[in-house]
Design a binder for this molecule. Structure first.
Ligand code: RB5
Length: 147
């Protein structure tokens, strides 16, 4: 069965989203596209939350969110339990987000990254495993305990 990856952007990221989507499909992934699909101004939380819910509920093991800076999408997605959304602007950061943080969503800053670097970040994110070990302990400590 094909692995499903959720993807969404706001108006600042929809052109890059189409390129990322083409890459994912070329690599054999099923892509669940939550929009947006044009230049009309939209609000990034309206797109981040459905994608983060798909990851939170286990329907999609991984997702990619794109806005102008990546920050709005990342902040909204990280409100969801079990979501670890990492802002990635270089392939090395994308690799470390997987190796050390076991990130399950990548946020890309469409207005501050070249398309080829963004696509390299996506490939790196998909291909890099979590290292576990001491990082497992740290990732487990991310979840807020009742105080
Ligand atoms: C839209 O202008 C911009 O604010 C948005 O794409 C994103 O960068 C927010 O964090």
């Amino acid at each position: 069965m094909k692995k499903t990856i959720a993807i969404a952007s706001d108006h600042a990221g929809y052109l890059l989203k189409d390129k990322v989507k083409a890459l994912l499909e070329a690599r054999g992934f099923e892509v669940e596209d939550f929009g947006t699909n044009g230049p009309d101004s939209v609000d990034y939380p309206d797109f981040a939350h459905p994608v983060a819910s798909a990851v939170e509920q286990g329907r999609c093991p991984m997702a990619i969110l794109i806005c102008g800076t990546g920050n709005g999408m990342q902040i909204a997605a990280n409100k969801h339990q079990g979501v670890r959304c990492a802002l990635c602007w270089q392939r090395e950061i994308a690799a470390l987000a997987r190796q050390h943080n076991d990130a399950n969503i990548m946020a890309l800053p469409a207005r501050f990254i070249a398309d080829d670097e963004a696509l390299a970040c996506v490939e790196t994110f998909l291909d890099t495993p979590f290292e576990g070990g001491r990082h497992q302990r740290r990732v487990e400590k991310i979840v807020l305990q009742n105080s």
